[in-house]
Design a binder for this molecule. Structure first.
Ligand code: HEM
Length: 385
């Protein structure tokens, strides 16, 4: 009988589950264990109580370990998300990073060439529905698009086999830090009042300079439609023969990039990217090719600050078409967590530590923002879209 279910006594009366479990302690009682009166009917030996205390104590320790109380220096997803926030506090109801953005729907048309690399159905020739989100990095949902350090794209492609491929990419060609731990230390240093904090971080992680140079210096385009979005993290594609391929991918825009001068950028309206993409998509669908880059043996797969050298094999596997723009507040992307570890069969994570760390941090952000939905009204009238 499963533990916890009631049983019947000889006289047909249902018995409390404890009355069924208690006889298990009888051997201890007979064994001469010290008996302790419990209520009116049963007695517990001291050994049993010690055993219970050990079980409860071990469970409490396991919880404390999982919560990080025993290792205060351990990096947790909560710490990562907290480190992203500015002194004003988190953007209630919104994503804890890439807080500003806009939803879209469209499709991904696979040309079939991706089946050379992966068995995922998303690469089989055909058209698959997409719910996506254009966004910018940062924690302010009211930021001006002109001030965005970088731009992002969240995508969810669904296939008829019931699987999904979720991904969140940015327009930078490299990431800020080589490991999630280093990224955390970078966030702490950049938010620190200590004038030595950043120089010390840069001394230990000079690779951050290439990223900072890119953020400060790269020419901004006039539209998300002209931006290239990169996975940066490495994933593994498995083909029909079982062979594995370490890959990164990019969505490469069909529209040619037209750069804004710093003056032109500064003069754009705070919401210019949303206005631009809404007008473009209303006029005609906007397209990006999905280009998969395959690593050569020895290419760095665990460090997204290291771009792979030119000349790697690339396969253009299909086209993303954005057909409709929708406000985020009541749009279909609002409650999607673009967790990069949600992958179809045929794609897995690699030795790159970021996707797992991102997955845990995105879940913390998702749980917070969905619990705070009252702070971000869904109705178009009350929403800050
Ligand atoms: C440890 C490193 C990282 C942390 C802690 C982090 C944290 C976050 C968080 C908390 C969110 C909001 C998630 C949500 O509420 O749904 C987010 C969104 C996002 N992140 Fe990251 N991120 C990391 C690395 C990256 C990397 C490497 C990329 C790009 C290659 C990236 C691209 C994005 C994008 C595009 C979004 C917005 C997705 C959307 O529209 O929902 N992040 N990130």
């Amino acid at each position: 009988m499963p533990t916890g279910e009631s049983s019947e006594s000889k006289d047909g009366e249902p018995r409390h589950p404890a009355a069924v479990i208690i006889p298990m302690w009888v051997p201890f009682i007979q064994d001469g264990g010290l008996m302790v009166q419990s209520g009116t009917k049963q007695a517990f030996p001291l050994k049993a109580l010690v055993l219970i205390a050990v079980i409860v104590g071990t469970t409490a320790l396991a919880f404390a370990f999982t919560a990080g109380w025993l290792s205060p220096h351990r990096l947790t997803p909560e710490k990562l998300v907290a480190a992203l926030q500015t002194p004003g506090g988190p953007p209630l109801g919104h994503r804890r990073n890439h807080a500003k953005g806009i939803c879209f729907t469209g499709d991904f048309e696979a040309n079939g060439r991706g089946t050379e690399l992966s068995t995922a159905q998303v690469f089989v020739r055909g058209q698959y529905p997409v719910i996506g989100r254009f966004n910018i990095a940062g924690t302010d949902p009211h930021a001006s698009y002109a001030d965005a350090p970088l731009r992002g794209l969240g995508l969810r492609i669904a296939t008829p086999d019931g699987q999904e491929w979720r991904s969140a990419m940015i327009d930078a060609p490299i990431f800020a830090a080589p490991t999630p731990h280093a990224f955390y230390r970078f966030l702490i240093a950049s938010g620190s009042k200590d004038p030595n904090a950043m120089p010390e971080y840069v001394g230990a992680h000079p690779e951050i300079l290439a990223f900072i140079d890119w953020v400060k210096g790269h020419p901004r385009t006039e539209s998300w439609s002209e931006d290239r979005f990169n996975s940066l993290n490495t994933f593994v594609f498995s083909d029909a023969s079982g062979a594995k391929h370490a890959v990164r991918w990019s969505f490469v825009p069909a529209a040619p990039a037209i750069s804004l001068t710093p003056e032109e950028l500064a003069n754009r309206a705070p919401n210019f990217l949303e206005e631009d993409i809404s007008h473009r998509v209303a006029a005609e669908p906007q397209r990006w090719d999905l280009v998969v880059t395959v690593a050569n043996p020895g290419d760095p797969t665990a460090d997204p600050t290291k771009a792979w050298p030119e000349g790697r094999r690339t396969v253009n596997v299909g086209t993303l078409t954005v057909r409709q723009i929708e406000p985020e507040a009541n749009g279909p992307c609002r409650d999607i967590n673009y967790d990069p570890t949600v992958l179809p069969t045929g794609i897995t994570t690699s030795d790159d530590p970021f996707p797992a760390a991102r997955s845990a941090a995105y879940a913390v952000s998702y749980d917070s923002r969905t619990a705070e939905s009252a702070q971000y009204p869904r109705t178009t009238a009350g929403a800050d879209q």
